[in-house]
Design a protein around this ligand. Structure first.
Ligand SMILES: CCCCCCCC(=O)SCCNC(=O)CCNC(=O)[C@H](O)C(C)(C)COP(=O)(O)OP(=O)(O)OC[C@H]1O[C@@H](n2cnc3c(N)ncnc32)[C@H](O)[C@@H]1OP(=O)(O)O
Length: 158
């Protein structure tokens, strides 16, 4: 794993996201990295749910899981476009990605008392659009699969 999370390289003004912004103390503060030995092709993040993330006692609320997949996807998209263009993720001008589409499939109940692992792979990488396929697992069991269509953040967001 690289030492600095993708999201922690975002400029201060783009670090308030509820899912992954380091400047949002109420948020999830998800941290995404390159998977060891897969720089440029696979990404990883971990998250440990809190008891209040409950859907049915013992199991995680699906909206939280979607949110984690969303932010791992947009962070991974920013990382791979920088990687492909030989840029550093914190470099200027800021290239960031927002969610255009999110498709989530819940395959198995997700236990609330385990660490969650998200792994992302890219099915399409263009400078303006990246499609990221993400699995969310606990104890090597895939509980959720998601596809994130991430599009380069337009100027209207600034
Ligand atoms: C910066 C750190 C923050 C982290 C973000 C965390 C994730 C988030 O919560 S982001 C917030 C939620 N998302 C939003 O609010 C986005 C709102 N939507 C928009 O701003 C626009 O519709 C936007 C940017 C997604 C697309 O803009 P648009 O002008 O239509 O894009 P456009 O340039 O035409 O299309 C680019 C590509 O994306 C594709 N695309 C656009 N919208 C979609 C969509 N909804 N579904 C699938 N593909 C799409 C286009 O087909 C095109 O693909 P290609 O290049 O292969 O032809």
């Amino acid at each position: 794993m690289s030492k600095i999370a993708f999201q922690d390289c975002y400029i201060q003004s783009l670090s308030h996201c509820y899912g992954c912004g380091k400047n949002n103390p109420e948020g999830h503060q998800l941290k995404s990295y390159w998977l060891d030995n897969y720089e440029g092709s696979k990404t990883i993040a971990h998250f440990t749910p809190k008891p209040y993330h409950t859907a049915i006692p013992g199991f995680v609320y699906g909206g939280l899981l979607a949110s984690l997949i969303d932010c791992h996807g947009t962070g991974s998209a920013a990382a791979v476009v920088h990687y492909k263009n030989n840029l550093t993720i914190g470099s200027d001008p800021t290239i960031r990605f927002v969610t255009a589409a999110l498709n989530i499939n819940y395959l198995a109940p997700t236990p609330i008392d385990k660490q969650l692992e998200l792994v992302g792979e890219f099915s399409q990488v263009k400078d303006n659009k990246v499609i990221v396929d993400i699995t969310l697992s606990t104890n090597n069991v895939i509980c959720v699969k998601g596809e994130v269509v991430a599009v380069k953040m337009p100027a209207t967001f600034k």
